[in-house]
Design a protein around this ligand. Structure first.
Ligand code: FAD
Ligand code: MLT
Ligand code: ZN
Length: 477
């Protein structure tokens, strides 16, 4: 049992729930305490439809002080809290788990009202954003100030700053700018005790002990509730070129990537998908294919800078001597969006087939081609009648293994794929996090000493197991 397992919250009688409703109402106002099952329903199921469970209530605090009040009220009623942002997470971390007789139904704490966005500090190239600010709004504010927020992902209209901090979101530009962790200069967060830590000064240099903000990054709502973040911005690069290349396979895509890394300025995305995924996206979206011929693999690359990078891209592409039918290049925004759609629309197209088993993994880049062959065989053996769609961020070794067909509760294919990844010295979670989906396999990527240290941190910050029980650690396993 985990270090904090012995402190697991126990159910209380219904009168306690009534007291909690009254207490929460006094903190956030009646209109922001949602108890109607129909209103609660969208907060109780995740984006994939694979994970979810009943909540006691959904609450929507409007300030850091209100978040602290909600945390104190839930702590005193011994009711767990599930922090939730845009609910675009893909590992079930932002929704309740299945109902259990030995654990009270949790309160979902929605950050949808924490949408304060400060004016961009252009001198420091920084901005402070509330946890509930959607990524697209943050990106627009940065662009208006002549800067750029460098993390980008297809769920940009819904994914929030708080959720992205909590999951250490990656996305399309990790290759150039790193993941969310690299952009976070500090966070403001409410601890399980109801105390607030606030590290929003934006000081670039500050060596005064443990970096608490970075501890919260990637903690998936298990250590604290993020209420705001101070974020780094980078120059806005309006000169951009996008190329989509048809290739014989993964190994050739990696060869092209190696050449581009050394030869073009401002390489910021290198994304891979395969013919079956492209066909699925085209059928789902009613799109014509991008190239005159079909290819086994496709690489989408993007370069951006203050100076037009298209000349150097064309030069390198001509040296690669790819056939005409293997190359599409866009230098204008609408053409670029058209090429990106083939890659970005994979997630929705796969979901339209059924409830997917989504296994987001990283491999050493030198082993990606070998992994692609091996994972196809492993999936065919573990789930013979399933449909496998692979794609991902080849620029940072991250492949998304999507399997549709097995029952959502059948974990045979998850187990087989994650063990293969561990055998090949990869990580069972590249960017989506562990959530409820992968907590049983965390030991494949973390040593016993690391797990014990992580549990000690959890126990120190959340001794009662109030925040997101069942996420990251398998508390009931
Ligand atoms: P939620 O889903 O609400 O929550 C995610 C986790 O964070 C949960 O554990 C939750 O408890 C916790 N959490 C949320 N808010 C807070 C808070 N304020 N304080 C503490 N904990 C909190 N992810 C990538 O990394 N790269 C991608 O390229 C990418 N592309 C995507 C494309 C699509 C179409 C979709 C649907 C998802 C994609 N994702 C991607 C996954 C998802 O968008 C990210 O994980 C994102 O960071 C989740 O943000 P959210 O606000 O939706 O968080
Ligand atoms: C992506 O890269 O598009 C996302 O991580 C979403 C997914 O894995 O489906
Ligand atoms: Zn991704």
């Amino acid at each position: 049992m985990d270090g904090f397992g012995k402190h697991c919250l126990m159910p209380r009688p219904d009168t306690a729930s009534e007291d909690l409703v009254a207490e929460l109402t006094s903190v956030v106002g009646a209109v922001h305490v949602l108890s109607d099952p129909e209103v609660r329903a969208p907060f109780e199921q995740d984006w994939t439809r694979r994970f979810g469970g009943p909540s006691l209530l959904v609450v929507r605090p409007g300030s850091t002080a209100e978040v602290a009040g909600v945390v104190r009220a839930c702590a005193s009623a011994q009711v767990p809290i599930i922090p939730q942002g845009g609910n675009t997470g893909l590992v079930g971390g932002g929704v309740p788990g299945p109902a259990r007789s030995d654990t009270p139904a949790p309160v979902v704490l929605s950050t949808s009202r924490l949408t304060h966005l400060e004016r961009v500090d252009r001198v420091a190239a920084q901005v402070t954003a509330g946890a509930g600010v959607p990524l697209a709004r943050l990106q627009a504010a940065a662009a208006e100030a002549g800067l750029n927020f460098p993390v980008d992902l297809a769920a940009r209209d819904s994914a929030t700053v708080g959720g992205m901090v909590a999951t250490n979101a990656g996305g399309l530009h990790v290759l150039r700018y790193g993941s969310m962790r690299t952009q976070v200069l500090g966070v403001e967060a409410v601890l399980a005790s109801g105390e607030v830590i606030s590290r929003l000064s934006g000081l670039v240099k500050d060596n005064t002990g443990y970096e608490l903000s970075q501890l919260v990054v990637g903690s998936e709502g298990t250590l604290a509730i993020v209420t705001a973040a101070r974020l780094r911005l980078v120059p806005r690069h309006d000169e951009r070129v996008v190329a989509l290349l048809g290739l014989p396979g993964t190994a050739e895509a990696l060869d092209v990537l190696a050449i581009l890394r050394g030869r073009v300025e401002g390489l910021q995305a290198a994304e891979l998908f395969y013919q079956d995924g492209l066909e699925l996206v085209c059928a789902h979206g009613g799109l014509a294919g991008p190239l005159a011929l079909a290819w086994p693999a496709y690489l989408v690359v993007e370069c951006a800078g203050l100076v037009d990078p298209s000349e150097s891209m064309f030069e390198v592409l001509s040296e690669l001597e790819l056939p005409d039918a293997a190359t599409a290049v866009a230098t204008d925004a609408s053409g670029q969006a058209r090429l990106w759609a083939y890659r970005e629309r994979h997630t929705e197209a796969i979901s339209a087939l059924g409830v997917p088993h989504k296994l987001d993994v990283t491999l050493p880049q030198s082993r990606l081609a070998e992994f692609e062959v091996a994972v196809r065989k492993v999936v065919a053996d573990a789930a013979p009648d399933s449909r496998l769609v692979l794609f991902g961020h080849v620029g940072d070794g991250n492949l998304h293994v999507n399997v549709v067909g097995p029952d959502p509760d059948d974990e045979t294919v998850d187990d087989a794929v994650l063990r293969l990844v561990a055998d090949m010295h990869g990580s069972i979670s590249a960017e989506h996090g562990v959530g409820r989906a992968k907590n049983r396999w965390l030991h494949l990527s973390r040593s016993q000493s690391e797990l014990a240290t992580m549990r000690a941190v959890k126990s120190a910050l959340d001794p009662e197991g109030l925040l997101n029980p069942g996420v990251l650690f398998d508390t009931h396993g």
